[in-house]
Design a protein around this ligand. Structure first.
Ligand SMILES: Cc1cc2nc3c(=O)[nH]c(=O)nc-3n(C[C@H](O)[C@H](O)[C@H](O)COP(=O)(O)OP(=O)(O)OC[C@H]3O[C@@H](n4cnc5c(N)ncnc54)[C@H](O)[C@@H]3O)c2cc1C
Length: 515
């Protein structure tokens, strides 16, 4: 295994491509990221990162910028016949917990999140190459060559198609995009300017013959996300979205003067597609984000699943490109993420069904789109070949998301969370109890920079964390007198749980062909 002198090519600079490019760049892997668009988008589209994506963004070093640019989810105000009938706050009962610091999504325009991600990427010296449309791909023995629309060629070690639902990469690979398109569930959406509406609410008007939903776009004075059932012509066919049409829908369902809505951009008709790629990897080319799966926006999982795909792929592609692991590691990306896409399709279909049912009744609204699975925190990769583990605990098994816990740095007494210890491109070995000290030192000596080894109430080469309130032991299901090793992958999932002195298990895991 040798490091490739060629860069990894990321095709598409949406949230998926940018996340992947940052994760590669922070590992020191050469990366180029191209986009066919001549300029960066200013359209709002997805409404913001969910709790799991916020954890990913924290690891990538941008969560403070994201929290500052976004806003807390607003209460929803629901109307019938133009009259407010109910308010709902779907996240009102949720609180951050020691093991999960983000209890609700952060609302922000997609273009703003992309701006934050691009700024982070630029810190590694990588800039998106605009006006660069991929039109061809050819795989050689040790590289893949992309052809651009202007005839330019880019030779790369690997290519990642993060180029959205109409993915040219997926089509060029001939990978089927299996599923269905529902032409009956249509919605028009756009970014609009509206004056004189209370920006403290996500307003939702539902009537027998349609709906209009308006959510303020954070960071703007009078910008709103607009969603509505489409107007239909005399034959019942949906009419294309337009400013005039949005104003008619606005006046009809809100009872407010149509001239309050002054501008509309990103005019789009949205159909519910439920499709996923049959494969995520063909040789040196991988698919991620909307290129790999599309589904209803109910539950807000579209962009979030893409960010989380990229987080799963980043460390694997980074290790393979750097010559630290064989290409078999890349197969675990499809092995882990393709079933997640299937789950996400099911979750979003169920949230859509629940929402369509709820809005038939007065007081029903988009709060029904929030439900089990939409925070992204639940899932693990238990079926993965990377999750074979000698031990489990009553709380956790290999493949699970690695929980956070507030601890103290035993040397300084300063607060130090487990997420602080995990942050960065390395694996983290946690040793619970003093009996793990030898294994922590042994593993660190073998694996050098790729592993940080912390003792939880034990001395580790990377530091000693004091679990002064027992949150770490509670989150990891380790009893007060139990001693255990827990290996956390760079994407903050549990790789391995082993006996306190089982340094061999750790070394075997980190030296395996797949890793
Ligand atoms: C109008 C609208 C409203 C939406 N609302 C929501 C919502 O409320 N909630 C939600 O969760 N999701 C929503 N979505 C979906 C969400 O925007 C996507 O899930 C998300 O953008 C996926 O991110 P991505 O990076 O995978 O792909 P994209 O964001 O689609 O990025 C793909 C990038 O690839 C580039 N590209 C494409 N082809 C090529 C090529 N051949 N060569 C080079 N570059 C190429 C494109 O220019 C684009 O920049 C909405 C989408 C739209 C369009």
């Amino acid at each position: 295994m040798h490091p490739s002198p060629l860069p990894v090519l990321v095709v598409g600079s949406g949230p998926t491509g940018l996340t992947l490019a940052i994760d590669l760049a922070r590992r020191g892997v050469g990366v180029r990221i191209i986009d066919k668009s001549p300029e960066f988008p200013r359209t709002s589209r997805a409404k913001g990162p969910n709790p799991r994506s916020l954890e990913v963004l924290e690891d990538l070093g941008v969560v403070d910028a994201v929290l500052a640019a976004g806003a807390a989810p607003l209460p929803m105000r629901k109307y019938r016949g133009g009259v407010a009938v109910a308010d709902a706050e779907p996240f009102a009962d949720q609180r951050p917990t020691p093991d999960a610091p983000y209890d609700r999504p952060r609302m922000m325009a997609q273009w703003r999140l992309e701006e934050v991600l691009r700024a982070r990427l630029a810190e590694y010296g990588v800039r998106v190459e605009l006006g660069a449309e991929l039109v061809g791909l050819a795989e050689g023995e040790a590289s893949v060559t992309a052809t651009l629309a202007d005839g330019g060629l880019i030779e790369a070690s690997y290519a990642a198609g993060c180029d959205g639902g109409h993915s040219a990469v997926r089509k060029l690979l001939g990978v089927p995009f299996e599923g269905k398109t529902d032409e009956t569930q249509l919605m028009v959406c756009g970014d609009v300017e509206v004056e004189g509406l209370d920006r403290g609410f996500w307003h939702q008007w539902f009537d027998e013959d349609g709906a209009v939903m308006l959510c303020p776009i954070p960071g703007t004075r009078s910008g709103w996300w607009f969603q509505a059932g489409p107007e239909r012509d005399a034959s019942g066919a949906p009419m294309p979205p337009s400013l005039a049409g949005f104003r008619r829908l606005f006046a009809k369902h809100t009872g407010l003067p149509s001239d309050r809505l002054t501008e509309a951009t990103l005019l789009s008709t949205y159909r519910v597609n439920e499709r996923m790629a049959a494969r995520y990897r063909v040789g040196r080319v991988l698919l991620a984000g909307d290129a790999a799966h599309v589904h209803s926006i109910a539950g807000g999982l579209g962009m979030n699943t893409g960010i989380q795909d990229a987080y799963n792929l980043g460390w694997k592609l980074g290790r393979v490109a750097a010559g630290l692991a064989g290409p078999a590691l890349l197969d675990t990306y499809e092995e882990e993420r393709l079933p997640v896409a299937a789950q996400v399709l099911d979750i979003s279909a169920e949230r859509l069904r629940a929402t369509l049912e709820a809005i038939k009744k007065p007081g029903g609204g988009l709060d029904s789109a929030v439900g089990p699975g939409t925070n992204g925190l639940g899932g693990g990769y238990h079926w993965s070949s990377l999750a074979a583990s000698p031990r489990a605990t009553p709380r956790l098994r290999a493949g699970d998301r690695a929980p956070d816990a507030p601890c103290l740095d035993a040397a300084t007494g300063d607060p130090r969370r487990l997420f602080d210890a995990f942050a960065g491109p390395h694996f983290t070995l946690l040793g619970f109890g003093t009996g793990t000290g030898g294994a922590l030192r042994g593993a660190a000596a073998v694996h050098g920079d790729e592993l940080r080894a912390y003792g939880v109430d034990a001395d580790g080469p990377s530091g000693r964390l004091s679990d002064h309130e027992g949150h770490a032991r509670a989150a990891y299901g380790v009893g007060p007198d139990d001693e255990l090793l827990v290996l956390v992958r760079p994407d903050n999932h549990i790789g391995l749980i082993a006996e306190a002195d089982d340094v061999k298990a750790v070394t075997a895991y980190l030296s395996g062909d797949e890793i």
